[in-house]
Design a protein around this ligand. Structure first.
Ligand code: RIB
Length: 305
């Protein structure tokens, strides 16, 4: 099944820390590592490892990190013919701290990601229109996200938007989206609702549906995910794991979700599949290094019927 991902690619600079520092504080950490990351590239890799036929559209700097990122995508069998090497800026960099409970804080220097433009998308129009699903996030300029979503929507291609990092969205853009996949924080930013329990999750989902969306899946970490559409709200439980690093768990969820939906699985089954893939990724350090293959996900589903 064909998935096109328009989005970011970063080199992730990771420091393990016993606990996340507060403003003005220095915390002595443990190991430092560098891993391939970026929400867009992570989603593309997840979709490819789940068995999708994936095309990635993004920009890289003409530097060592850009070369490594591009090679990584190619090794996963992802079509990178429509990516752009931009020698005017460096490849995106993310600084990530991960604590002993697997929680993180992330700051991104977007570099080449912020130059991904409408022209890049227009050049990739043929691939987008040949896709079953277009997968988007928000680490590239919002006008590029909007242009991509509108192009796909106008040609009856389903669009999944993962609204990360959190950012308010207007109704026009929401109208192009088939499935919106905010996490708790992003759903709060989009709706102004404070999410504390199942009722408030559903309320946030309903507010988004009223703004023109067809379906919302709110991801809730260890509490699973909630699918909300005009037919009702359905909770899909999480898998129990020992969390080492939750970086990219949402990205893995989105990549796996896109593949499952493109294969014609129903929403419950697709979200269960995506929850399993995300859970496995949270048991390992790093973004792309943590992404499981499809066999592992199927095994997790078999063991937890
Ligand atoms: O979602 C995780 C990703 O966010 C990391 O890989 C980092 O690059 C940032 O983009």
């Amino acid at each position: 099944m064909k998935i096109t991902v328009v989005g970011s690619s970063n080199a992730d600079m990771i420091i393990k820390v016993p606990r996340l520092p507060v403003a003005g504080e220095t915390v002595m950490g443990g190991n430092f590592s560098v891993a391939l990351g970026g929400k867009g590239a992570n989603q593309a890799v997840a979709a490819a490892r789940m068995g999708g036929n994936v095309t990635f559209i993004g920009r890289f700097g003409d530097d060592v990190f850009g070369k490594q990122a591009l090679n990584g995508l190619k090794e996963d069998g992802i079509n990178t013919d429509l990516t752009v090497i931009d020698s005017s800026v460096p490849t995106g960099i993310a600084e990530i701290m991960v604590d002993d409970e697997g929680r993180n804080i992330i700051a991104v220097a977007p570099g080449a990601n912020q130059n991904l433009c409408e022209n890049d998308i227009a050049n990739a129009q043929k691939a987008i229109l040949a896709s079953d699903i277009l997968l988007l996030q928000m680490e590239v300029p919002m006008q590029t996200v909007r242009f991509s979503a509108k192009l796909a929507f106008s040609n009856n291609i389903r669009v999944i938007l993962n609204p990360a990092p959190a950012h308010p969205l207007d109704d026009e853009l929401l109208g192009y989206i088939s499935v919106l996949t905010p996490n708790k924080l992003e759903a709060e930013t989009l709706t102004g609702i404070s999410i504390t329990d199942e009722r408030s999750v559903e309320l946030a989902g309903r507010i988004l549906l009223e703004r023109g969306l067809m379906r919302v899946i709110i991801t809730l970490g260890e509490k699973g995910s909630m699918v909300i559409d005009n037919g009702g709200a359905e909770h899909v439980p999480a898998f129990r794991i020992k969390s080492i690093d939750t970086t990219a768990a949402s990205d893995v969820f989105n990549g796996a979700l896109a593949v499952a939906l493109s294969e014609g699985k129903n929403f419950y089954e697709s979200v269960r599949f995506a929850n399993a893939a995300a859970a496995i990724s949270a048991t390992r350090l790093g973004a792309q290094p943590s992404i499981p293959g499809r066999d592992e996900v199927m095994e997790m589903l078999r063991k937890n019927p």
